[in-house]
Design a binder for this molecule. Structure first.
Ligand SMILES: Nc1ncnc2c1ncn2[C@@H]1O[C@H](COP(=O)(O)OP(=O)(O)OP(=O)(O)O)[C@@H](O)[C@H]1O
Length: 372
């Protein structure tokens, strides 16, 4: 278990600043997921922590020691790569034990660690095979075993499940939790898969173009997004975001308006802002066939079906929106009336797109050094 602190970490390639002032700390034994779109800098961040890429500026600490200049092999980390990077000419057992032999552990210790990890990751009977004679799922388990057997303080995982099919991923997620329970290592895990992030993380760090948008628990990141980017990025589909303004107890979208409950009036009065982006998740709206109190009117553009639900894409006052519902009889071109669950609305500042429900200090801390 190790505490890791990233302090003003930047990475520059040529003239391109790939990572911009990353500041966050990771508690010993914590599972942090780096989540973001392709190219946002997740792997680069992980590789800097691993010591495989130089840090252009800033400080990286492990258990209080600055490790910028400490070589990868001396950082007490192990890493699982997306393509597994197994040695093709070695057997499974040799792949798993190679690092331990380099560390000059006794044969007895190596054997006992091998047995433990073979049992944990169900690799019985495969010890003498070469990687080419394994299935994708088995190779992935060998790569995990090779990292875990070192029992290092930090386990770095770069999209370790991305080559597996959906069922194997579910199984592998359980194995990762088992590994964490057994060894309590600090995990830094890179993925663009939201299900992986939500199921495995203690906290999710959302990256956007090399910048940290938010670092918080999966529940908060989903239910109380700190900014417009997070609201739109998290969730499948993400939140609806519409320009809106508030006047005399009503929230207006274009020419349409609905009355807000009293608690919103008090809250918005306190914030002294009138123009917002209104955020609402697709599952927090309801469709009606006829106009009711406090409904907006939209026109359906198209419909996606997901088996148990459908996503109804519509236009309201020139803005696109989506509602999740189980009404499969709706048709494109149809007029719908819809309400918003007022308790689930989020309001974001038009100026900086931050959630107005968060104190400003939250954002100051996010973009400066943040201690947890
Ligand atoms: N050695 C390099 N030289 C120049 N640019 C690089 C180098 N390595 C990475 N980059 C750039 O840095 C950016 C971030 O890359 P990185 O691999 O960290 O993204 P990522 O979030 O892990 O993406 P993905 O999910 O697709 O793996 C990309 O624009 C990439 O092209």
């Amino acid at each position: 278990m190790k505490e890791i602190i990233l302090e003003n970490i930047c990475k520059v390639y040529g003239k391109n600043e790939i990572i911009k002032n990353l500041n966050f700390s990771i508690k010993p034994g914590e599972k942090i997921i780096l989540l973001g779109a392709s190219g946002c800098g997740k792997s680069t961040t992980l590789r800097m922590v691993a010591g495989l890429d130089d840090i252009s500026s800033g400080n990286l600490y492990m258990d209080g020691q600055r490790v910028n200049d400490i070589v990868s092999g001396k950082r007490d980390i192990s890493m699982v790569f997306q393509n597994y990077a197994l040695y093709p000419h070695m057997t499974v057992a040799d792949n798993i034990c190679y690092g331990l032999k380099i560390q000059k552990l006794t044969d007895l210790e190596i054997k006992s660690r091998l047995q433990a990890v073979v049992k944990m990751l169900e690799l019985y009977g495969l010890e003498d095979r070469k990687p080419k004679d394994l299935s994708g799922g088995q190779r992935q388990r060998v790569a995990l075993a090779r990292a875990v057997v070192k029992r290092s303080g930090v386990l770095l995982l770069d999209e370790p499940l991305s080559n597996l099919d959906a069922q194997l991923r579910v199984h592998a997620r359980k194995e990762l939790m088992k590994i964490h329970q057994a060894y309590s290592q600090t995990f830094i895990y890179v993925t663009h898969d939201q299900v992986e992030a939500m199921t495995l993380a203690d906290r999710v760090a959302v990256l956007n173009k090399g910048r940290l948008e938010v670092i918080d628990t999966p529940q908060n990141v989903y239910n109380n997004p700190a900014n417009v980017f997070t609201a739109k990025f998290i969730g499948s589909p993400g939140s609806n975001i519409w320009p809106a303004h508030y006047q005399d107890g009503y929230v207006h979208i274009g020419k349409q308006k609905v009355k807000l409950p009293e608690f919103w009036n008090a809250y918005i009065g306190q914030k002294n802002q009138r123009e917002f982006y209104l955020g609402i998740r697709p599952e927090h709206m309801k469709i009606y066939h006829e106009q009711k109190n406090n409904t907006f009117i939209g026109i359906i553009k198209y419909i996606e079906t997901y088996g148990n639900q459908c996503g109804v894409y519509f236009m309201v006052e020139g803005c696109e929106g989506i509602i999740l519902c189980d009404n499969f009889s709706l048709k494109p071109g149809q007029k719908i009336y819809f309400s918003l669950d007022s308790k689930k609305i989020h309001l974001f500042s038009k100026k900086n797109e931050n959630n107005i429900g968060y104190p400003e200090a939250y954002y100051d801390n996010l973009y400066k050094y943040q201690s947890v």
